[in-house]
Design a binder for this molecule. Structure first.
Ligand code: 5AD
Ligand code: SF4
Length: 457
């Protein structure tokens, strides 16, 4: 056994090794950031643990997008604080968007918290931890115009070993009036495409078969002469065995070039997340979204024309400032027109410091917001069921991700459109591509059987 391996084993077994527990809330970008932080801290000798009661350091990667998300974190902090009773040296840190929004106020409001670190300051964590070890509380919430963590090789947390996120840019310059993200994640910056390709190649070599390129607005990705369509193509060309997904697209920025690139490569998944937020142009104006209902529907028509088999998902907000009944009805009628495959739906939650909070009254009652939300959710259920049913009787190329939750004799994966497909295990395994004929379905899951022996590996 070479010397370095012996040293590493001793090191891994050392009872002195500090343990890190990291919990993430909110969007995929936060989960991806947690993997960067895990990498930075394992390099400093930490071991990641799945049990917070064993941890020396608990980090909570937080979301500030709605008030509820923050309340959940505050409740969770109380649970973590109870561990301090029998482990007084336990350190609790808050990272992510809530840390950036509240800064040192968080230390005053949540006595259990020892350190606060914003999304662009993770490289400073070792120093901040030392400060806390020295008996101080520590804060770094500086935002950066350059930081992309391009050189960090993320430690994959909660990974199925098949699909992984790759962050391609950070921040957002859009200033949608309801949204706190431009304040918590700072200015938009794109990551060097070479480092993105290197990360994808590394994942492929480790057996991963799917990457999701992440950004708040991937359509405005730009690094030297490389735009998003070109980046997408470069990743798709790495291997036909590597599936590529991306999120999130912006209706004002998505180009036909991106759609043609999707259509050109089989391994770019036919699934587009295109948040509409509202179906009414006046509301979209107040939201500062930069497009109208007509523009959005034209983009949907372009998707249907250029990538006919593409699934489309969206985000919808009900009860935004001043939303009249007639304006709200336009969201319903737009949903009827598009018939989304999937949607994330939210009641508007006013966020301090946003343009909407400064310029408009949050004047729609909680009851009306919730009634509208319930109607939107019910309608989406019928559309999701309808879309899933269109997959019946067809053969789907499924990338196997895991054993089915319902039966150990079945495997579960997703087709290109991102629908979950379940089928009998036979000799197939995680990471295989399997042709599955869909024979029945629930609202969101296709159930079928493998139709050939072909395993596309
Ligand atoms: N209230 C409700 N939903 C919001 N979103 C963003 N900000 C708010 C808010 N203040 C939703 C949008 C966005 C998704 C990530 O979260 O629909 O696309
Ligand atoms: Fe928020 Fe709009 Fe940026 Fe999305 S595009 S993160 S909704 S400001």
């Amino acid at each position: 056994m070479p010397f370095c391996q012996v040293v590493k084993m001793l090191y891994l077994c050392s009872p002195m090794q500090k343990k890190l527990f990291i919990e993430s809330y909110g969007c995929a970008m936060n989960f991806s950031d947690s993997e960067i932080v895990a990498s930075l801290l394992t390099d400093k000798g930490y071991l990641v643990t799945a049990d917070f009661k064993q941890a020396d350091l608990i980090l909570v990667n937080t979301c500030a997008i709605r008030e509820n998300a923050e309340l959940r974190v505050r409740n969770r902090l109380k649970e973590f604080n109870s561990v301090k009773k029998y482990n007084p040296s336990l350190m609790i840190g808050v990272m992510g968007c809530m840390a950036e929004r509240l800064k040192s106020r968080l230390l005053e409001e949540e006595k259990s918290v020892d350190l606060v670190v914003g999304p662009d300051s993770y490289r400073d964590l070792p120093r901040l931890i030392e400060e806390v070890e020295g008996g101080q509380k520590a804060v770094n919430v500086l935002l950066s115009r350059e930081e992309t963590y391009a050189d960090i090789n993320p430690v994959r947390l909660d990974s199925n070993g098949v699909s992984a996120f790759i962050s391609i840019m950070r921040g957002c310059d859009n200033m949608c009036s309801f949204c706190v993200v431009p304040f918590t994640r700072g200015r938009e910056r794109s990551r060097d495409p070479e480092s993105i390709l290197a990360e994808a190649r590394d994942l492929l070599a480790k057996g991963y078969r799917e990457v999701t390129l992440l950004g708040q607005n991937v359509d405005s990705y730009k690094f030297a002469s490389v735009n998003f369509a070109r980046l997408l193509e470069m990743v798709a060309l790495l291997s036909s065995e590597l599936r590529v997904r991306f999120s999130t697209s912006h209706p004002k920025d998505i180009t036909d070039e991106v759609l043609y690139t999707m259509a050109k490569y089989d391994n770019i998944c036919k699934n587009l997340h295109l948040p509409v937020q509202s179906g009414n142009s006046t509301v979209l104006g107040r939201m500062n979204r930069g497009y109208t209902r007509e523009w959005y529907l034209d983009r949907i028509a372009a998707v249907r024309r250029i990538v006919p088999d593409c699934a489309i998902s969206t985000d919808i907000i009900t009860g935004f400032c001043g939303e009249t009944e007639a304006e709200y009805r336009d969201t319903i009628s737009l949903m009827e027109k598009v018939k989304y495959d999937f949607a994330y739906m939210f009641a508007y939650s006013e966020r301090p410091g946003t343009l909407a909070q400064r310029n408009y009254q949050d004047d729609i009652s909680a009851e009306v917001k919730q009634t509208r939300l319930a109607e939107v959710v019910a309608l989406q259920q019928t559309h999701s069921a309808l879309r899933t049913r269109t997959g019946l009787g067809k053969t789907h190329r499924v990338l196997v991700e895991t054993i089915s939750k319902k039966s150990a004799a079945q495997l579960s994966g997703r087709n290109s459109q991102n629908s979950v497909v379940v089928f009998d295990k036979q000799d197939y395994k995680k990471g295989d591509y399997v042709n599955v004929l869909a024979e029945s379905c629930t609202v969101a899951t296709l159930i079928g059987r493998p139709v050939t022996e072909a395993v596309f590996r």
